[in-house]
Each structure stands twice: as C-alpha cells, then as structure tokens.
Design a protein around this ligand. Structure first.
Ligand SMILES: [Zn+2]
Length: 164
C-alpha cells in the first residue's frame, strides 16, 4: 500500500470534523472557521494542498477546471463515508498517531513525563509514560482511552473498505 503521509490538505467550512479525524491520522489539514472560497484557494495554491469541499460552486473555479488544484468533492453527510471516500481517492493510511494536534493542526512535541504532572488526570499520569504537547493550544495528548477509541474506529473503517 502506498504511504502518502506527505499529502497536504485544506478543508472547507463544511467538513471541519473530517479535518480533525484526518489530523488524528497525522495528515496536515488546514482549516479556517470562516474561510471563504478565495482564501481556501489562495492557501491551497501557496502551500500545495488538496481541497476537501462539499461546495459545488467552489469546483467551478478555474483552478480546479484547469488542473492547477486538486480537489475531493465530499459527497456524503456521514463522517464515516467521508473518511472512506478521502482515504480511497487520496490513498491515505488511516491509523491514529500523535503527530499533529487534531484541534489546531500544529506539530506535537515530546514532553517529559514529570512536566505533565498535575496537567493530566492522575490515573493517566500513573499509567502512561509518553506524552505529547501542543504549544499552540496547550493541550496534552497520550495513548489512552480516546486514542484506543480512534484506533478501533479506523480499524473498523479499514475493514469496511476491504469488504467493499
Ligand atoms: Zn493544539
């Protein structure tokens, strides 16, 4: 299976949740709450990003018609189907990792265990050793129950795709 971790994306305002899930698999997905089509296209061109959109008007833009920009027109309402479509069209690998902050797309940093004391729940502190930190939003991440949930979510999704 081709590994395309380097694929960079930008999501329009209608697929914010999809953006967060793709970030949990380590994909760099730009997302700006109130971005209009012009801004999305400008950023996509400048940073070489594939545009994820549910907006048919957006796809009328010349940048898509003449092939300067690549897009994935997201067809479905359900997150699961959206993920399957994007995975399929862009050949992404959906496995959770702690590379990017799902909230702000910032690269996560390793932090010393002792520095997270009192910043994460005590049970987590006592049972985990590896912690990551987002210097933009100040959140901490670790391989706990949420990570396991996402891992299982992606596993089911991948199984689903195999069965067609
Ligand atoms: Zn963050």
């Amino acid at each position: 299976m081709p590994h395309k971790k380097q694929t960079k994306l930008i999501a329009d305002v209608m697929v914010g949740k999809l953006a967060r899930y793709l970030r949990m698999a380590g994909y760099d997905v730009a997302y700006i709450n109130d971005a209009d089509d012009d801004l999305i296209i400008q950023i996509a061109k400048k940073q070489g990003r594939v545009v994820l959109t549910r907006d048919t008007m957006m796809l009328e833009r010349r940048e898509f018609k003449n092939g300067i920009l690549r897009s994935v027109f997201i067809m479905d309402d359900s997150l699961k189907d959206q993920l399957l479509q994007v995975k399929d069209e862009l050949e992404l690998i959906l496995e959770p990792n702690l590379i990017l902050c799902p909230v702000c797309n910032n690269l996560l940093e390793d932090v010393e265990k002792k520095s997270v004391k009192n910043k994460v729940p005590l049970y987590v502190y006592e049972t985990r050793d590896d912690f990551k930190y987002c210097s933009r939003c100040g959140r901490y991440y670790w391989r706990g129950s949420h990570y396991d949930y996402i891992k299982e979510y992606f596993r089911r999704l991948n199984d689903n795709l195999k069965r067609g």
